[in-house]
Design a protein around this ligand. Structure first.
Ligand SMILES: C[S@@+](CC[C@H](N)C(=O)[O-])C[C@H]1O[C@@H](n2cnc3c(N)ncnc32)[C@H](O)[C@@H]1O
Length: 295
């Protein structure tokens, strides 16, 4: 319960910034969205679920892809995120996308409801990834696929470490407690795949996605986006004096220049795409069938 209250308070303030920078975030992480849709085998027809959708991704991209022949539901426990997702769905006329407030560990859907479940940069923040993955398998139809994107090691991702390394010189940054919610909780190859297999998924696999995070923006705009998007960065920066913030910004802009050109910013990036499927009807045992409802 305490953990749930913390999650909501941390992400509630972030919602306004994720909505403000929505267009750039969508552009930067489009290769991850594409990889998830492929790993989850999302096709035109079907019912799809996007867990921890935040202000609506990848749900809105899926809605665009499937058109009127399919439906997608995005869920997030933070009402402000869900409202932002609904606003964007309405703005873009995506009537096949709906959004609901829900924790991944307790989904408000009957068993065997969805053809595929995806989640982009969500599972590492869940209070209980194991419970959430069991819930995903419950709401998936037999044979339905699940695909999740998590960050590979921070050293592989200058999108994260460029700002973090400079900030470390200004604020103490003790490492997070082992296995606590954090962007790099599932950075070790095999870790999330093992949790997915233990939850009961079949045919699990992991793919290392190497891509570029690109955006047609200046280093200054990137600094604003990065320092607003992350609750951790906002909290640490808020503890600094005005002079420290100005010195920090100056150093960050200098180190960001390596990744900047006339076209904007471009960071090499690495993400793990972990996927699997719910066992097919003939593979499920009696116990799974009774907990999963009718087939
Ligand atoms: C990094 S954001 C990702 C948002 C979106 N999927 C994207 O890629 O743009 C992480 C999201 O996880 C959500 N979250 C945190 N704990 C959760 C939980 N237990 N169940 C479902 N979502 C959760 C947060 O509210 C937040 O919106």
């Amino acid at each position: 319960m305490q953990k749930n209250i913390e999650v909501i308070s941390q992400w509630t303030e972030s919602a306004q910034y994720w909505e403000k920078h929505r267009k750039i975030i969508r552009h930067m992480f489009a290769p991850v969205t594409q990889a998830l849709m492929k790993a989850a085998a999302i096709t035109r027809r079907g019912a799809f679920l996007d867990l921890a959708t935040g202000p609506g991704e990848p749900a809105l991209s899926i809605a665009e892809l499937i058109g009127s022949e399919g439906t997608v539901v995005g869920t997030d426990p933070v009402a402000e995120m869900v409202e932002a997702a609904r606003r964007e769905g309405e703005r873009r006329g995506l009537h096949n996308a709906t959004f609901e407030v829900a924790f991944a560990e307790n989904l408000p859907f009957p068993a065997n409801s969805f053809d595929a479940v995806v989640s982009r940069f969500g599972v590492m923040f869940f209070a209980s990834p194991a419970d959430a993955l069991r819930e995903c398998l419950r709401v998936l139809k037999p044979g339905g696929r699940i695909a999740m994107a998590v960050w590979h090691f921070v050293e592989k991702n200058p999108f994260h470490y460029t700002v973090a390394q400079v900030l470390e010189r200004y604020v103490d940054s003790p490492p997070p407690a082992p296995d606590s919610p954090d962007a790099f909780r599932f950075a070790s190859p095999g870790k999330l795949q093992a949790v997915l297999s233990a939850a009961g998924a079949a045919a699990t696999s992991e793919r290392l996605l190497r891509f570029s995070i690109e955006a047609p923006i200046s280093v200054e705009s990137f600094w604003t986006l990065r320092s607003e998007m992350s609750e951790k960065l906002r909290r640490k920066i808020a503890a600094l004096s005005k002079q420290q913030i100005s010195a920090l910004k100056h150093e960050v802009l200098e180190s960001l220049k390596t990744y900047s050109s006339e076209q904007g910013i471009s960071f090499p990036a690495e993400v793990l795409i972990v996927s699997g499927r719910k066992e097919r009807a003939h593979e499920l045992n009696r116990e799974q069938l009774s907990s999963g409802g009718t087939l």
